[in-house]
Design a protein around this ligand. Structure first.
Ligand code: ARG
Length: 475
């Protein structure tokens, strides 16, 4: 139990009815219902954004002549003191006060008296909570972006240093054609590049201020929505008050971003798990990213990628939870929306942890170049190159495909790769084959020949890594 939860539970001075809306009620809310409907145990997480929003609102109310300058100052100083109290752990959260908004407002009123009660003029918890989540999520996005960049940086640098390392490329998890390890890593980077752009799209669409929508219809006070939007660094105020208090697209979009990112990290994880196995032996992961077995002394398990792969499930769950939360809600605010927070929080926490783990781990990968090379040599991975060679000698591709298929069948029977056959052996299958065939049957020749934009030739991989690094630099 956290200190703040203990504070919440043990608070003896907790009022019995909610003073913020208790006026029309004849009996106090049922104790269980109070706990059931409260969100303070989790929404206290965005106290800082709540205070930031309230300060902007108070300043705006003053310019609109709803508050005096003195009242504005009392409110700001009071809120700042509350922030310090929360940060030092001495603030006592109250469940009957329901949520972060009313806890802070009640504390402010305790501190500065009647002026504290004026803060909520011209606003509602409905526009307040929408503003708070947007501010909080925007802050989180601004932490996640640099984490993604750090991961990409390490990945691209590793790719550049592995531009000449040959490994088998797979389709259907069967050896297909040789590629370079650097090329494979840059494929991963492309996934992350799209994730970064999706994250920024989410931020751009999110960045409109709902403040001023009040409960649902706007307010009768002469508020200045542009003022609060500017004070909170939003691009502009939202257009429609009903939409402002009910829109949670930004949370769904963030979870969609998270799900796609996690899907990418999970695919990478799957490959890392395969590659560290005794059957592949393509890479070593340093011990600090692995754990042992309590029963099998020989084991070194790739726990970090396995866990990231596993955590993808919970993040996908959060996306579905939010979509389902919203799917049948009529306009405008409904209490259902309180359920948006925990999935969003957990998606953010999980994504941050997984990105951090990956950003630390990827640069520490040690490639086992000989094992990769051997694996590429074993699987007839240059068969397509032989077929292309025969096309170059004037044979139609379908016929050359057939010829190479027979050569491979012979290789399987004789336990020989194409490059290990003698010229005479190869010539059994086509008289067009001559000594220059060995240039294309080598793995080095095969990768070097794919020398165009997006191809696996080492020169292309090095150039692609440079371009990818330049893109990071421009962020
Ligand atoms: N705790 C609420 C939430 O998270 C705040 C808004 C409550 N508004 C209301 N009218 N009950 O959504």
């Amino acid at each position: 139990m956290s200190q703040s939860e203990k504070n919440t539970m043990n608070n003896p001075s907790t009022p019995k009815t909610n003073q913020a809306w208790g006026g029309r009620f004849n009996e106090p809310v049922d104790e269980f219902v109070a706990r059931f409907t409260a969100s303070v145990n989790f929404d206290q997480r965005f106290y800082r954004q709540d205070i930031q929003g309230s300060i902007a609102h108070a300043k705006m109310l003053c310019t609109a002549n709803v508050l005096t300058a003195d009242e504005r100052e009392q409110i700001i100083v009071g809120l700042q003191e509350i922030e310090v109290q929360i940060e030092s752990g001495e603030f006592v959260w109250s469940v009957p006060l329901e949520d972060v908004h009313m806890n802070i407002e009640a504390a402010l009123t305790d501190k500065i008296g009647i002026v504290g009660k004026k803060l909520h003029t011209g606003r509602s918890r409905n526009d307040q909570v929408a503003t708070d989540i947007k501010l909080w999520l925007r802050d989180q996005i601004d932490l996640i972006g640099p984490l993604l960049t750090r991961l990409q940086q390490g990945m691209i640098e590793l790719a550049a240093s592995e531009a000449n390392t040959i490994m088998p490329g797979f389709t259907h998890l069967q050896t297909a054609q040789p590629v370079t390890f650097g090329h494979h890593l840059l494929a991963w980077n492309e996934m992350l590049e799209r994730d970064y752009s999706r994250l920024q799209d989410c931020r751009a669409r999110l960045n409109q201020s709902p403040l001023g929508a009040a409960a649902l219809a706007g307010t009768t006070y002469p508020i200045d929505r542009q003022f609060t939007a500017d004070a909170l660094f939003f691009d502009k105020p939202t257009e429609n008050s009903l939409d402002s208090v009910s829109d949670r697209d930004f949370a769904i979009e963030f979870c969609a971003f998270s799900s796609i990112l996690m899907t990418h990290l999970s695919r990478m994880s799957e490959e890392l798990v395969l590659w560290t196995s005794a059957q592949f032996q393509f890479i070593n992961l340093p011990d600090r990213f692995c754990t042992g077995s309590s029963i099998m002394p020989q084991k070194k398990n790739p726990d970090v990628p396995e866990l990231v792969r596993g955590k993808t499930g919970r993040v996908n769950g959060h996306l579905i939870a939010l979509l389902t939360l919203m799917k049948s809600q009529p306009l405008a605010y409904n209490k259902d929306n309180q359920e948006d927070k925990e999935p969003l929080f957990d998606a953010v926490d999980t994504v941050r942890d997984c990105l951090r783990a990956f950003a630390d781990m990827i640069p520490a990968i040690e490639s086992r170049k000989e094992e990769m090379y051997e694996a590429a040599r074993r699987g007839f991975s240059t068969a397509t190159d032989l077929a292309d060679y025969l096309v170059g000698k004037g044979i139609a591709f379908r016929d050359s495909h057939e010829i190479v298929g027979k050569s491979v069948a012979y290789g399987i029977a004789e336990n020989k790769d194409l490059s290990e056959m003698s010229l005479e052996e190869l010539q059994q299958f086509s008289g067009e084959i001559s000594a220059d065939v060995f240039d294309v049957l080598t793995l080095e020749g095969s990768v070097a020949a794919r020398d165009h934009l997006g191809g696996t030739a080492p020169a292309q991989v090095k150039a692609a890594a440079q371009r990818a690094l330049a893109k990071l630099g421009a962020r």
